[in-house]
Design a protein around this ligand. Structure first.
Ligand SMILES: Nc1nc2c(c(=O)[nH]1)N[C@H]1C(S)=C(S)[C@@H](COP(=O)(O)OP(=O)(O)OC[C@H]3O[C@@H](n4cnc5c(=O)[nH]c(N)nc54)[C@H](O)[C@@H]3O)O[C@H]1N2
Ligand SMILES: Nc1nc2c(c(=O)[nH]1)N[C@H]1C(S)=C(S)[C@@H](COP(=O)(O)OP(=O)(O)OC[C@H]3O[C@@H](n4cnc5c(=O)[nH]c(N)nc54)[C@H](O)[C@@H]3O)O[C@H]1N2
Ligand code: SF4
Ligand SMILES: [Mo]
Length: 716
């Protein structure tokens, strides 16, 4: 028998993966008080024991040389840091915040957070900013990630919230994977899709829509390599075919939706031969995709950044919903539109109202009734919450650069690397009077711009709750002690709130108290989890919202009565038209650059970058180019090239490959400037954004590529 490799583990503790929104359950193996091993938790209903490599190597990311262990301060952004006690650091931030607020008003201070905070941390930050400091300037990296999906759900279905569940994968016979490389970015969900396909390979069909032939597309029955940014033309084209072929569900449309005829007036403009031209895709593939989807008994659509990160990101979402509404593929087992959430708790962030235009419980800043409800709950006057939405992520950095926002507190995100147009972001950070960075590590791309550094406890060193893509809440325990003086983010925020004089509203001594408060505030809202408690999550395991009572078992599927969250219960068809990306290629910048991820790196690499086993498969950024484009530019495989956009430059090695569509090129964005100034994809990207969701177009900007060095061929 193989010796159990876990032989010398003292105990196994159930936890939750702090990487992607699949939200796998983990078992953390503890030895001498430290997490030394991670494996899948077979009892977790979202992952059934499965995990991916990133989670396996979590222990190596915990006690690294560059952990930020103590609060530190410095006079100016170029000076040396001095270690200071917690009280000194928080008092200094509070003093500066008070000064700025009294001179320029509360809108001159801001927080920029992350979908990797726990729900409790998110809630405290949000409550502090919106209810007590009087600024709605609390936005997060979700703006770069799920903002278009949130707005898309609201417009089409009346409320945010993915309607389906992972169990629907086991029942579906058609999968539309659009703008998602789930095989590399949501591997455990993708594996479940793969298993479903293998169970019934003849009947189950997978369609992948991506300008690149990714690992995901490679497994699909049908790959549609569209020109970047043309998803709406494709989806409208598919709808055109569905209508002509009589594959729409007229009863469903009549009983449960509205706006179909206005919508059809637009769809009429997209016969597949027209869509062919816009998408640069053979007409027959569009017809084939429509026929597969239309004939499916149960169709699920999954999407992520190829859809959301676009100047028409919201409309792309609406186009996906249109497809499901026209075919009645929603609310029943095995079907539905299902956005794949990027980060482990981007969903929780939405529940606490963690964006500049939202309030807890899927409430809106601009809705006076919502503001009153929340204000009453927080014990402040109704006018205590400003009716004006705060700055959304990119608008926030612009406000900092323009001197309108003077103090910026960044927590659990690394914008110097992850926000488009890195030059601009650095300029903005340099302009601020106060930059506070609360991270687990130092240096990072962003800590370099901090005046004050606050050391955060990270995964396994703090407790909290997170919600995954399928609306499932998992409790994450504190397993090991945080190193140095690092504190959980909720604790840091609570101490700061008290320093600002809000002791009564921030009495929290534990994360559990915060959760209980929030749970109560969700009562009667679409994301009602007033029936969830730490006690239940620990005893019964993860639960899916809505879960409105202590004896409620949670909800697998939304809209199973086909009553949508709109005032009249009908879902909205939304007529959407194709629009080109903001920056179209021309003679000077002839290629479209799209950016994204590789399998074994996580975002800005503060964690995965330190794991050799993960980094060796992708040690450096690269540029995928189609052979036709490469030839035209005199570029061969493995040459080094300079990639130029109107905003900046990157230098990378080229991979010449048929895997990417002619006219497009791809570069991963994980590498920030500290890995080498010109390794950063966000030197190139554009901050153009969707007018509704304010999400930036990280998937398309115009570039030119020039060979600067042959790949050394060697003597042999
Ligand atoms: N390994 C790994 N996994 C991750 C992450 C990570 O950093 N590393 N991050 C997590 C997070 S926060 C997120 S948001 C998700 C993101 O997960 P994904 O969205 O799957 O990842 P991306 O690589 O950003 O983009 C997906 C695909 O969109 C395609 N695409 C580009 N433009 C278009 C277009 O116009 N239309 C269509 N249809 N497709 C297009 C790209 O070619 C790319 O393959 O991954 C999560 N999981
Ligand atoms: N070009 C391009 N740019 C992109 C994208 C793209 O596709 N293309 N995708 C965008 C998307 S979808 C996303 S989600 C963003 C992600 O971008 P970021 O959020 O900037 O990336 P991360 O590396 O995940 O940053 C998390 C930070 O929090 C720290 N951290 C980890 N755990 C904790 C903790 O418990 N507490 C605290 N306080 N800190 C902690 C980490 O060390 C790290 O510095 O990138 C966006 N940027
Ligand atoms: S699939 Fe996502 S949630 Fe699951 S182990 Fe991998 S990174 Fe973690
Ligand atoms: Mo994301």
């Amino acid at each position: 028998m193989r010796r159990e490799a876990n032989g010398n583990i003292d105990r196994w503790v159930k936890s939750y993966c702090p990487y992607c929104g699949v939200g796998c359950g983990l078992l953390a193996g503890v030895k001498d008080g430290a997490v030394v091993k991670v494996k899948g938790d077979p009892d977790h209903p979202s992952s059934l024991g499965d995990i991916c490599a990133k989670a396996v190597y979590l222990p190596e990311t915990l006690r690294t040389q560059d952990r930020l262990l103590h609060p530190q301060m410095r006079r100016c952004q170029d000076g040396p840091f001095t270690q200071v006690p917690w009280e000194t650091a928080l008092r200094a931030v509070a003093r500066k915040f008070r000064e700025i607020i009294s001179e320029y008003g509360p809108e001159a201070v801001a927080f920029y957070g992350s979908g990797q905070l726990t729900t409790e941390e998110y809630y405290v930050a949000n409550k502090l900013a919106k209810g007590f400091l009087g600024t709605n300037n609390f936005d997060t990296n979700s703006r770069l990630c799920m903002a278009s999906a949130v707005a898309g759900y609201k417009r089409s279905l009346g409320s945010d919230g993915p309607p389906a569940s992972y169990t629907d994968i086991d029942l579906a016979d058609c999968f539309l994977l659009i703008g998602t490389n789930a095989a590399e970015c949501h591997p455990v969900t993708f594996k479940r899709i793969k298993q479903r396909k293998m169970q019934d390979p003849e009947r189950v069909r997978i369609i992948a829509v991506d300008p690149r032939r990714t690992e995901t597309a490679d497994f699909a029955d049908l790959h549609l390599p569209i020109r970047p940014g043309t998803d709406i033309a494709l989806l409208n084209g598919m709808l055109y075919v569905l209508v002509k072929e009589g594959l729409v569900d007229r009863d469903f449309i009549a009983q449960h939706t509205k706006g179909f005829s206005e919508f059809m007036a637009v769809v009429e403009k997209y016969p597949p031969e027209g869509a062919e031209k816009i998408c640069a895709l053979p007409e027959c593939l569009i017809v084939e995709a429509a026929m597969i989807f239309g004939k499916a008994k149960k169709a699920l659509s999954f999407w992520s950044m190829g859809v959301n990160q676009s100047t028409v990101g919201v409309y792309k979402n609406n186009a996906i919903h249109n497809l499901h509404l026209a075919t009645g593929q929603i609310g029943r087992p095995g079907c539905g539109p299902f956005s794949l959430t990027g980060q482990p708790n981007a969903m929780g962030g939405r529940e606490v109202g963690g964006m500049a235009h939202l309030l807890p419980g899927y409430r809106d800043i601009t809705n006076s009734f919502h503001r009153e409800e929340v204000a009453r709950f927080w014990g402040i006057p109704a006018e205590g919450i400003s009716p004006k939405p705060g700055y959304s992520a990119l608008d926030l950095f612009e406000a900092v650069a323009g001197g309108k926002v003077k103090a910026l507190w960044i927590l659990c995100t690394n914008p110097a690397i992850s926000v488009p147009d890195a030059d601009f972001i650095e300029k903005a950070l340099r302009r601020a009077d106060l930059v506070v960075v609360q991270d687990a590590y130092h240096p990072t791309g962003t800590t370099q711009f901090a005046h004050i550094l606050l050391p955060a406890a990270q995964w396994s060193e703090k407790e909290g709750v997170m919600t995954n893509s399928e609306r499932r809440l998992t409790y994450m325990p504190e397993i090991a002690e945080a190193p140095g003086e690092a504190l959980p983010d909720w604790k840091i925020l609570t101490l700061f709130a008290r320093e600002m004089g809000f002791q009564e509203a921030f009495p929290y001594e534990s994360s559990e108290e915060i959760f209980a408060e929030l749970a109560q505030l969700t009562q009667g809202t679409p994301c009602d989890y007033s029936g969830v408690s730490y006690e239940r999550l620990k005893k019964e395991g993860p639960l899916q919202w809505p879960c409105p009572a202590p004896d409620h078992r949670g909800t697998v599927r939304l809209y199973s009565d086909f009553r949508f969250s709109t005032p009249d219960g009908r879902a909205n068809f939304i007529a959407v038209e194709h629009q080109e990306p903001f920056e179209v290629p021309n003679q000077d910048y002839p290629l479209v650059l799209t950016t994204g991820r590789v399998k074994h790196q996580w975002h800005t690499m503060t964690r995965t970058g330190k794991v050799q086993s993960l980094s060796k498969s992708s040690p450096d950024p690269f540029l995928q180019m189609n052979p036709a484009d490469a030839k035209q530019h005199g570029i061969r495989d493995a040459d080094f090239v300079e990639v130029m956009s109107r905003r900046g430059k990157a230098v990378v090695q080229v991979r010449v490959t048929e895997e990417i569509k002619p006219g497009a090129c791809f570069m991963p964005f994980h590498w920030g400037r500290q890995f080498g100034f010109y390794k950063a994809a966000n030197n190139l990207t554009i901050s153009a954004r969707d007018p509704v969701s304010r999400q930036p177009e990280l998937k398309a900007c115009a570039v030119r590529v020039k060979r600067i060095m042959d790949f050394p061929q060697g003597d042999t």
